[in-house]
Design a protein around this ligand. Structure first.
Ligand code: HPA
Ligand code: ZN
Length: 337
C-alpha cells in the first residue's frame, strides 16, 4: 500500500535543520566532470554514467574510497563556493532552513589545497546563502580518524586563523578500529576554545564507541549512533540526557548497515524518547537529499504525522541555533498541525 498523499506534502512543508551533511558528499557526478574539465584533472571514469555505476557500495570503506577519489577535482576557492552553493539551492527545495555542514580539511590539505581556500569558499557561499536564500548555517570541521591523532592536532593548529568561521569539530571516516578515545586530546583543546563537539559513532563501530564519544570527547550530539540499540542502558542514558542522534537512513541502507529500510531502528529510537533527527550524510552518493530520506522512512516505517513532525522538531532542538531562532521554527512546525 502506498503512503497517504498528504505525507509528501507535509514533508515538503516542514521546516527542517540538517545536522549531518558532508559538503564533499554533495559532489554530484555532473559537477565532478565540470570541475575536472575546469581544472584539467584526469578522471578514472569516462562518463557520469560510468561513475554512477560505481555507487554500489558494500560497506563504509568502499564508499569512502570513491568519495576521497572524487574530491581531487576540488581545487580552487570558486570550486568550494560552487559546491556549497549547489547544496544550498537543494536546501531551498527541501525547506531546510538551517544547516550544519561538515568539511574534511585533511582531504584537501593532503593534496596541497590550502586550508584557507577550502574554508573561504565554503564560508562565502554560506554567507551568501543567509543573505539571499534566508538559510542559516554553521560549519563543523571534521578530523579524519583513519589518520593519526597527531595529524588531527596539526589540523587544529592550522585552523586557528579561521576559528571565527568554525562552530564545532567532528570525527569521521573509517570507524572500525579507530575508537574516539584516540582523539580525546584534540577534542579537549577544541572544547576549551569554545567549540562544540560532535562525532560519528555507532555507524559501523560498536555501541562502546558511542559511550567513548559521550564520556571522553564530551560531544553534544552523536552522528549516526544507530548501533546504540545494542546497549539498552546506553539507549536509556542518551534518552535521559537528551543527547541527539543525527541519523541518515538512506546512508545506512546504501552502506549495508541495514539490509533494508524496514529494518531501520529510527522510529523505534524515536518511540523510546531519543532525540533522533533525519539527515542526508552524502546525498550525491546515497540516493537523495533530506526530503528523500524523510520519504524513504515514511514509505518503509510508516510513521504517523505526529512522528514526522517530531522528527522535524527534533532537528531544530538538536541544532546549534540560538533559542529565539529555535522558538521561531518550532512555532512554525506547530502551526502545521
Ligand atoms: N561515515 C564516516 N565518514 C564519512 C561518512 C560517513 O557516513 N560520510 C563521509 N565521511
Ligand atoms: Zn557522516
Amino acid at each position: 500500500m502506498s503512503i497517504d498523499t498528504n505525507v509528501p506534502e507535509l514533508i515538503r512543508k516542514l521546516p527542517k535543520a540538517e545536522l549531518h551533511l558532508h559538503i564533499e558528499g554533495t559532489l554530484e557526478p555532473e559537477m565532478v566532470f565540470e570541475l575536472a574539465q575546469r581544472n584539467q584533472v584526469q578522471l578514472p571514469f569516462a562518463s557520469t554514467c560510468e561513475l554512477r555505476e560505481q555507487y554500489d557500495f558494500k560497506d563504509l570503506q568502499s564508499f569512502l574510497d570513491l568519495y576521497y577519489q572524487a574530491t581531487a577535482v576540488l581545487q580552487t576557492e570558486q570550486d568550494f563556493f560552487d559546491l556549497t552553493w549547489a547544496y544550498l539551492e537543494r536546501c531551498v527545495a527541501d525547506k531546510v532552513v538551517h544547516t550544519e555542514i561538515f568539511f574534511d580539511p585533511q582531504t584537501h590539505t593532503a593534496r596541497a589545497v590550502p586550508f584557507a581556500v577550502v574554508v573561504d569558499g565554503i564560508r562565502r557561499a554560506l554567507l551568501q546563502g543567509e543573505r539571499e536564500l534566508g538559510i542559516t548555517s554553521k560549519l563543523i570541521m571534521c578530523f579524519l580518524r583513519h589518520l593519526p591523532a597527531d595529524a588531527a592536532l596539526a589540523t587544529w593548529e592550522e585552523a586557528q586563523p579561521h576559528l571565527d568561521g568554525i562552530h564545532g569539530v567532528g570525527l569521521d571516516s573509517s570507524e572500525r578500529d579507530y575508537p574516539p578515545r584516540l582523539f580525546q586530546d584534540v577534542f579537549t583543546r577544541a572544547r576549551s576554545a569554545g567549540l562544540k563537539a560532535v562525532a560519528h559513532a555507532g555507524e559501523e563501530g560498536p555501541a562502546a564507541y558511542i559511550r567513548e564519544a559521550v564520556d571522553l570527547l564530551q560531544v553534544s550530539r552523536i552522528d549516526h549512533g544507530v548501533r546504540v540499540t545494542e546497549d539498552p542502558a546506553l539507549m536509556d542514558e542518551l534518552r535521559d540526557r537528551q543527547i541527539p542522534l543525527t541519523v541518515c537512513p538512506l546512508s545506512n541502507t546504501r552502506l549495508c548497515v541495514y539490509a533494508r529500510m524496514s529494518e531501520h531502528p529510527l522510529i523505534r529510537l524515536l518511540d523510546h524518547g531519543l532525540v533522533v533527527t533525519v539527515n542526508s550524510d552524502d546525498p550525491a552518493y546515497f540516493g537523495g537529499y533530506v526530503n528523500d530520506n524523510y520519504l524513504a522512512v515514511a514509505e518503509s516505517l510508516r510513521p504517523s504525522r505526529a512522528q514526522l513532525m517530531q522528527l522535524a522538531r527534533n532537528s531544530i532542538v538538536a541544532s546549534f541555533m540560538d533559542s529565539d531562532q529555535k522558538k521561531h521554527w518550532l512555532r512554525e512546525i506547530d502551526g502545521l498541525t
